[in-house]
Design a protein around this ligand. Structure first.
Ligand SMILES: O=C(O)c1cccc(C(=O)CC[C@H]2O[C@@H](n3cnc4c(=O)[nH]cnc43)[C@H](O)[C@@H]2O)c1
Length: 208
């Protein structure tokens, strides 16, 4: 028997968008909450059943200007906890430099390759995970400089990757807004959810 793919989203609207496109016989979609802690706890609870072959963190995201435009699809190469570390007078020190583990988790190479083949229009790059949505140009510029390969910002990927604990993991994002000065009214939710639904149609093909 072939085990299904688990897709975890933050909120119900994202789960509905994924379900609208994904193969219902082989892809299970569950909303587990906003932020890395809820994502890790919810994903770990679901994976503890042993019923899944792989896990994908999916949803909407902010796109770094010039790297991932609104409406585009992003596939994570790595999920990076960009606020896990220590602030110093000289800047931010990632947890890696403190000697407490890693803030960088790579997506499964085979799964990423298969997803890239099924979604050739997708932008492949790092996705940073933050507990706070960026709301100023200053922070956006700092993140873009600190993470030159980052194309998108979301709030769950790193948490899902930690919970995956060796099971193949990937991150799939549809860009709803640019990373930068807060303008919540300008988020293109309908466009992003439509792109997420379309991309989700390829999830099982890539995984199966
Ligand atoms: O209005 C807000 O500021 C806000 C705060 C927390 C969550 C939301 C959501 O809409 C939850 C959905 C989900 O969206 C991801 N997302 C979308 N754009 C961004 C972004 O620019 N930076 C970080 N995350 C983003 C995130 O994964 C949320 O869980 C709205």
């Amino acid at each position: 028997m072939t085990l299904p793919l688990l897709v975890v989203t933050a909120v119900a609207a994202e789960a509905e968008a994924v379900r609208a496109g994904a193969d219902p016989d082989n892809v299970v979609v569950e909303p587990v909450g906003v932020g890395p802690a809820a994502a890790a706890a919810g994903t770990a609870r679901l994976l503890a059943t042993g019923r899944y072959r792989a896990v994908v963190s999916a949803g909407i995201a902010g796109g770094f200007p010039g790297r991932a435009p609104v409406g585009s699809i992003v596939l994570g190469a790595r999920s990076i906890a960009a606020d896990l570390g220590a602030e110093t007078p000289d800047g931010f020190l990632p947890v890696d430099e403190l000697g407490f583990g890693t803030s960088v988790l790579s997506c499964d190479p085979a799964l990423l390759k298969a997803l890239t083949a099924e979604l050739p229009e997708a932008i492949v790059g790092d996705v940073v995970t933050l507990s706070t949505v960026t709301g100023t140009k200053r922070t956006a510029d700092r993140l873009a400089e600190s993470y030159p390969q980052a194309v998108a910002e979301a709030m769950e990927g790193y948490g899902v990757a930690v919970a995956a604990a060796g099971l193949p993991f990937a991150e799939l994002r549809a860009i709803s807004n640019p990373v930068g000065p807060r303008d919540r009214a300008a988020w293109r939710l309908r466009e992003a959810f439509a792109a997420l639904s379309t991309a989700s149609g390829q999830l099982w093909t890539a995984c199966g």
